[in-house]
Design a binder for this molecule. Structure first.
Ligand code: FMN
Length: 322
């Protein structure tokens, strides 16, 4: 049996494993975060939409499911555009709720003083080395770097995980958590070889039993043979989705509204399973995922596969013959 003792991400988060579940809007709530955290991963709860009392109820659900640490996430660009909500969320979250905060996609300097004054550890999520360097200068304790194969929005010139991590490891001193292209312990071992000390998975946890979206969405990921890049999505350059008739029609400009992230009736897809009326957003890892699993199993399988992969690589060293 191996341990992650000495891993800086584990030191910062207090969770046994340096495996983050992505703080995806609408899904990263009590059930999922509690299951990930309970299994020793770093569950991250999103703070975008719920009224504060409902958010507190989700928080209590996590606590009921897990004695391990977990974190709260501030999507900076989103919160800063709604000053009243921003204040309410910060006042709620920084009142001794957790020890770990992630910020994402925006300037973490906006919150860093308050987070630090509250005695918390914070990582900033970004897809560019430049923003990661600015975040490090601002005083964050770590960064989550997303390569262009990841789910969610991506920029036109963004680097993919392989190049991004290798470049970042030469420039960034704080621990790096890799996102994008990782769905298991094999991807995790690859990310560690390139300089990461932790991983974040989004698409993998969407296809979990605790994700509140409809099973048809998860099944579309499980069955995905190909992903498609929908270009010109508002606010991003592109966004990946499962390749199907609807997403192909959107990309051709014949279905939905290409400028909207879900280009159709997203609610009917999320909650009624109508994958024929909106794009099934995902990362490239959709092609690697072949089963909807309990989130705890995703964490424990990833850890087991990771150490198996490290052992396999170590065994490549043939003894030097005399
Ligand atoms: C369908 C979908 C929606 C996402 N929405 C958000 C979001 O609301 N906020 C956010 O910070 N990241 C969002 N992301 C990005 C994730 O935080 C994470 O960076 C990404 O999922 C990692 O790549 P992977 O999906 O290949 O594992 C989303 C990802 C997906 C697949």
């Amino acid at each position: 049996m191996h341990s992650f003792a000495g891993n800086r991400v584990v030191g910062h988060t207090g969770a046994p494993f340096p495996i983050f579940q992505a703080p995806i809007g609408l899904i990263s709530r009590g059930d999922l975060v509690g299951a990930v955290s309970g299994a020793g991963g770093v569950g991250l709860m999103e703070t975008m939409f719920l009224p504060i009392p409902d958010m507190q109820a989700q928080f209590d659900l996590v606590r009921a499911r897990s004695n391990h640490p977990f974190g709260l996430h501030f999507l900076v660009g989103f919160l800063s555009s709604q000053p009243e909500r921003e204040k309410a969320v910060l006042d709620w979250a920084l009142d001794g709720k957790t020890k770990f905060i992630t910020t994402g996609y925006g300037d973490p300097a906006r919150y860093i003083r308050r987070i630090k004054d509250a005695g918390m550890t914070t990582y900033h999520m970004t897809d560019t080395l430049e923003e990661a360097l600015r975040a490090e200068d601002a005083g964050v304790d770590g960064v989550v770097l997303g390569g262009a194969e990841k789910g969610g929005g991506n920029g036109r010139d963004h680097l993919h995980t392989f190049a991004l991590l290798q470049k970042a490891r030469t420039r960034i001193g704080v621990p790096i958590v890799a996102a994008g292209g990782i769905a298991d312990g094999h991807g995790m071992a690859a990310a560690f070889a390139l300089g990461a000390e932790g991983v974040m998975m989004g698409t993998r946890f969407i296809a979990s039993q605790e994700c509140p979206w409809h099973d048809n969405y998860k099944q579309a990921i499980v069955e995905a043979e190909q992903v498609i890049g929908i270009t010109s999505v508002s606010g991003f350059n592109s966004m990946r989705a499962v390749r199907n008739e609807f997403s192909e029609g959107v990309e051709r400009g014949e279905l939905g509204d290409k400028t909207k992230p879900y280009a159709g009736d997203a609610r009917a897809m999320f909650y009624e399973g109508r994958t024929d009326v909106a794009i099934v957003g995902c990362g490239e890892t959709a092609v690697l995922i072949d089963e909807i699993k309990p989130a705890a199993e995703i964490v424990t399988d990833t850890v087991r596969e990771f150490w198996g992969e490290i052992d396999r690589l170590a065994n490549l060293r043939a003894p030097v013959s005399a």
